[in-house]
Design a protein around this ligand. Structure first.
Ligand code: NZQ
Ligand code: ZN
Length: 388
């Protein structure tokens, strides 16, 4: 049943090769003190940094920078950013980078004026912000997380060995995001493919829940078909602008709060993958890839009808003279073949996980109950062992 919901997404998008020209106008709505946040230097290599600085200078902004935001941004880095943002009296945070930079900026936006410790308040107690929120805008350079149009902000606490996401509300979502597929062309292929799997899994996390066929499921199937098609072109030729455009646009739709309407949503692959990430600091999309097949094969009997539908509608599996179990398994096999085609990491051991970490990774896995089967801790351990 679709049930009752409200829907509103406040993030304004500018998409395409010319989209950066709108940044100037957007920035005029905010105060002078801009905090420019970026990662380890890819934007300096591909020239985007200079373009952004020119625009900020033309707008007469006072710029402070937070650089070196790492993949899987850490709590320590957040504390460092809070200090810089306070000293600069930041009016606006401009995130230029991938999901990590964007997530980090959102976490910062709710922490600058927060009197509590942000880790305890937002990531352990899951409270909502009560303080003033510094607005965030984003210029995206990597397609995958959907962070450009959602309220998610994932932070890693290495000391506690926990990687936790808080999905904040509309006030924390970027005010605008500039999506120029051209900026993604300099991504290493490993990151491109990790991003593609992240997108696929975001859709699956929402699709594999609920009994009913609803509009979200049809939209999700369309998104998955588009992604598979574009990914094959991009895998052959990463410089194909059209394919990279479609991947970027699909990433945004996969996790911009729309297709989850009317769905209970699963998110267990992410809970497993994030805990693997807390132990290994591995690339997000690859942690998901490495736990996915053991997880989906494990829950398939509990959601058989949807797995049959997935096989037929997404992978064109022919159902003639086959049992539902056979059809569903062929669907997962098709998923596996596609993952191998993209060169995704299929085992957590390849990411640095070792057998002695399994219990700890299981402890750090938050068990959710929106999917077809609420896992027990023993099942979590079993799936992690099968993922090794
Ligand atoms: O730091 P730089 O030098 O920019 O290099 C980055 C980084 O090393 C590089 N990169 C990004 N754009 C590039 C580029 N290199 C060359 N050219 C470009 N155009 O790619 C590397 C990975 O970047 P990162 O931002 O870490 O990747 P991604 O976008 O996958 O973000 C991952 C983070 O997002 C979280 C993940 O957990 C992880 O912490 N997630 C956020 C979500 C959300 N907000 O809803 C949902 C996701 O499920 C995910 O959990
Ligand atoms: Zn993800």
């Amino acid at each position: 049943m679709l049930g009752n919901f409200s829907y509103h997404n406040p993030t304004k998008l500018y998409f395409g090769e010319d989209s950066l020209q709108y940044l100037r106008n957007e920035l005029n709505h905010y105060g002078k003190n801009i905090l420019l946040v970026y990662g380890g230097g890819s934007i300096k290599k591909n020239g985007l940094y200079n373009e952004i600085i020119t625009i900020l200078n033309d707008c007469g902004k006072n710029i402070a920078e937070i650089s070196g935001v790492m993949p899987n941004p850490t709590l320590e880095k957040l504390y460092e950013g809070i200090k810089i943002a306070r000293e600069h009296n930041a009016d606006f945070i401009l995130a230029v980078g991938g999901g990590s930079v964007c997530d980090y900026s959102k976490a910062l936006s709710v922490s600058v004026h927060c009197e509590d410790d942000p880790w305890e308040k937002y990531y352990l107690r899951f409270e909502e912000p009560e303080c003033q929120i510094v607005p965030v805008g984003c210029v995206l350079t990597m397609a995958g997380t959907g962070s450009e149009m959602n309220g998610g902000a994932v932070i890693t606490n290495h000391e506690a060995k926990l990687k936790i996401g808080h999905v904040f509300g509309e006030d924390v979502m970027p005010k605008f995001s500039v999506l120029n597929p051209k900026y993604t062309l300099s991504l290493p292929k490993y990151q491109m493919c990790a991003g593609i799997y992240d997108i696929m899994n975001h859709i699956c996390e929402q699709y594999f829940s609920g009994e009913d066929d609803n509009t979200s499921d049809y939209i999700s199937e369309g998104l998955m078909r588009s992604l598979i098609h574009a990914s094959r072109i991009a895998n052959e030729n990463p410089q194909d602008y059209e394919a990279r455009s479609n991947i970027m646009w699909t990433a945004t739709w996969a996790l911009n709060t729309l297709v989850s309407r009317g769905k209970s949503t699963d998110w267990m692959v992410h809970m497993l993958g994030q805990s693997v990430g807390a132990y290994t600091d591995a690339t997000h999309g690859m942690t998901l890839a490495a736990v996915s097949l053991p997880y989906y094969r494990h829950i398939m009997p509990y959601g058989l009808k949807k797995f049959v539908r997935f096989a037929k509608e997404v992978w064109n599996v022919c159902g003639k003279n086959k049992s539902d179990e056979q059809i569903a398994e062929e669907g997962l096999k098709a998923l596996e073949n596609w993952m191998q085609e993209l060169g995704l990491v299929m085992h957590i051991s390849e990411l640095g996980a070792t057998p002695d970490m399994i219990e700890g990774i299981a402890d750090g896995t938050i068990i959710l109950n929106g999917g077809y089967k609420t896992l027990t801790r023993d099942e979590v351990v079993q799936i992690l062992k099968e993922s090794l």
